[in-house]
Design a protein around this ligand. Structure first.
Ligand code: NAD
Length: 502
């Protein structure tokens, strides 16, 4: 039963146990030398907990345990049905503990409890279940050889994998990587973002309870420059699956080149367009989609559709409706079930986003809505939404990823200009198109240079569909769908010569 009031969430906060240690070789451990980092509640600015800060020595230990488990075959070589049963148990345990996990994540990240619950009670366990069910339905191939040989093409787990995570969807990003990595038989080391380690540490405990053997899943919290770098440069990690900024993704390619040439899968930033063609119907549902595309999770979303590219003939009508809906957004305490917009992840990040808002005004964008005064008296990192109109493609806010609650409307003249403007970016993660004409929608969808195109609705798809970016938004790697397995499996040919002895 999901609690419905702020008071019930306060009761849960009172009973929460906040994990503070790393999770290595099946149990909690302190970092070598006892180093810790503080994790802050962004809604209050108060320190929530201290968490182990893993150093290179801790990463070495986690990798050694993961390698031992992988070589020993306790997970990598067990029957597929056995791995499936354990991951299904983990999905059930996440569902059973989802309210506690959601409160933990809301406190740690500032994300509204309603969003935490949607992700953690539904999407996270569904992800583990989906990959669990894939395990005993994945077949290899037999090549056409003739009778003199049997050539088998088999897929094997790549080995020890590290998942390096961002702070904006802590448990969901962990699930997107962990579920396919564990399903494939790999051993995993997870590095959560330093701002949001708590729910991932709790997940490791649940995984052990579900039956994931010691050493197969390890969590090493810590800073990027220490823990993250130690992972990137490690000589015995076979693959890294990274989600975060393009800047840090680039570092992981360098780390790999300078160490053991580990495989690097990258999911990175975006500057995604929301395209409104001249015939689009501006229904309340469509306007809701436009607002959520930009402001969901406070705009701290890699696929945030901040660049709203609208046919000039519809700009004023669109801007009016979007501003009206935005004014009705409920901003405030993340543990209040009514809240739609919580604080940003930190005061430092809020400062950065405000810099972009100032750049927008300075460079000539028209301010339609500025709600920066929202919760002005609060000590949390709150920042109300801003809407700009009359954006031009050269403006800083039209080019750089803001990762905050800023929506910019860019007027264009016709289909071709809308398409060219949408593609005029270094990124290529996501796009939304609104039109009643499905021919134009399909032409647009095929010609947009990005990994996901949503037509007549803002969505990133579901667990069955792959997610990833073109250009500086990603490598060829994909999260979600059966395509995600490619990050964690490698291909082997076994050629059996026949008839040599007859
Ligand atoms: P970030 O790049 O700062 O951090 C991501 C991870 O890398 C963290 O765990 C961090 O500790 C680690 N890291 C940071 N510096 C490092 C270094 N020098 N060496 C090794 N590791 C280091 O990103 P963030 O601020 O946590 O997340 C926001 C970014 O993530 C945005 O750019 C967003 O677009 C992107 N993102 C992308 C997707 C996607 O699927 N494409 C999803 C969510 C977020």
């Amino acid at each position: 039963m999901i609690p419905q009031s702020r008071a019930s969430y306060s009761d849960i906060v009172g009973t929460l146990r906040l994990p503070s240690l790393a999770f290595i070789d099946g149990g909690p451990v302190a970092a070598v030398g006892g180093e810790v980092i503080e994790t802050v509640n962004p809604a209050t600015g108060q320190v929530l907990a201290t968490v182990a800060h893993c150093q290179a020595g801790d990463v070495d230990r986690a990798v050694a345990c993961a390698r031992r488990a992988f070589r020993g075959g306790v997970w990598s070589r067990v029957a597929p049905e056995q791995r499936k049963a354990v991951l299904l148990r983990l999905a059930a345990l996440i569902r059973a503990n989802s309210t506690e996990l959601a409160v933990l994540e809301s406190l740690d990240s500032g994300k509204p409890i309603r969003d935490c619950l949607k992700e953690i009670a539904v999407e996270v366990p569904d992800t583990f279940q989906w990959y669990a069910e894939l395990i005993d339905k994945s077949f290899g191939k037999v090549a056409p050889t003739g009778e003199q040989a049997l050539a088998m093409i088999v897929r094997e787990p790549i080995g020890v994998v590290a998942a390096v995570l961002p702070w904006n969807f802590p448990l969901l990003m962990a699930a997107w990587k962990l579920a396919p990595a564990l399903a494939s038989g790999c051993s995993v080391i997870v590095k959560p973002a330093e701002q949001t380690s708590l729910s991932v540490l709790r997940l490791a405990e649940l995984a052990a309870e579900a039956g994931v053997p010691a050493g197969v899943l390890n969590v090493v919290p810590g800073l990027g420059e220490t823990t993250g770098r130690a992972i990137g440069c490690h000589g015995d990690i076979d693959a890294v699956s990274f989600t975060g900024s393009t800047e840090v993704g680039r570092l992981f390619l360098r780390y790999a080149a300078d160490s053991n040439l580990k495989s690097i899968g990258l999911e990175m930033g975006g500057k995604s367009p929301f395209i409104v063609l001249d015939d689009a119907e501006l229904t309340p549902d469509m306007i809701d989609n436009a607002v959520m595309a930009a402001f969901w999770n406070g705009g701290q979303n890699c696929s945030a559709n901040m660049r709203q590219i609208v046919d000039r003939s519809r700009q004023e009508e669109f801007v009016h409706l979007v501003a009206e809906r935005t004014r009705a957004l409920v901003i405030g305490d993340p543990l209040d079930p009514a809240t739609e917009l919580g604080p940003l992840i930190s005061d430092e990040h809020r400062h950065r986003v405000r810099g972009y808002v100032e750049a927008g005004s300075r460079e000539g964008a028209r301010t339609v809505l500025s709600a920066d005064a929202a919760l002005a008296g609060s000590s949390g990192a709150f920042l109300g939404p801003t809407i700009f109109a009359d954006l031009t493609p050269a403006m800083t806010i039209a080019r750089e990823e803001i990762f905050g609650p800023v929506l910019g409307v860019m007027p264009v003249d016709g289909f071709e200009q809308a398409l060219a403007t949408a593609n005029d970016t270094d990124y290529g993660l996501h796009a939304t198109v609104y039109t009643r004409d499905l021919d134009r929608a399909m032409v647009m969808a095929r010609r947009l240079a990005c990994g996901t195109v949503a037509v007549n609705g803002f969505t990133e798809g579901d667990i069955k569909t792959p997610f990833g970016g073109y250009r500086r938004s990603g490598s060829l790697a994909r999260d979600k769908g059966s395509e995600a397995m490619a990050q964690y499996l490698q291909t082997k040919t076994i050629w059996l010569s026949i008839g040599q002895v007859i």
